[in-house]
Design a binder for this molecule. Structure first.
Ligand SMILES: [Zn+2]
Length: 147
């Protein structure tokens, strides 16, 4: 599903943590040892869990892109939509970068405005939106302190 540059995974009944466990179990039961597809999805999910908010391009290049292949955002979105995540655009200096975060508990419609406002506020100070700022904007406080 794509709305205003947002992509929301159809998986809505699992958190990322639960996805990792479920996929590991499923792969163990039904797939051959050394299954690369599940390995890629699981390692990407773990990466997003650790960092909270990641650039789509970096998570795709690190976990899915074959050596020698070129990065394409539509392919990246397709892969990432197999995880319970949301992909959203952030406008920075006339360019739009796509970011990924866990979809559980996220209110998509609010993220974009919040981030845009924050970016305008820190425009002169920082050349790049810090990950800490992004995480803070997106994740409710109780979620940050839960882990
Ligand atoms: Zn597998």
């Amino acid at each position: 599903m794509a709305v205003n540059g947002f992509y929301v995974s159809k998986i809505s009944d699992l958190s990322l943590k639960e996805f990792v466990l479920a996929r590991q179990e499923y792969c163990h039961q039904y797939h051959l040892k050394g299954c690369t597809e599940c390995m890629r999805l699981i390692s990407a999910a773990k990466c997003i869990l650790t960092k909270n908010v990641v650039k789509l391009q970096s998570v795709y290049v690190d976990h899915f892109l074959n050596k020698g292949s070129r990065y394409k955002s539509d392919k990246a979105v397709k892969w990432l939509m197999q995880l319970p995540v949301v992909v959203f655009p952030v406008k920075q200096h006339q360019r739009v970068a796509l970011y990924v975060t866990e979809s559980e508990g996220i209110q998509c419609s609010k993220i974009e405005n919040l981030i845009q406002n924050l970016l305008e506020m820190q425009e002169r100070k920082a050349s790049e939106l810090s990950k800490a700022t992004l995480s803070y904007v997106i994740w409710p406080v109780q979620k940050q302190t839960r882990n």
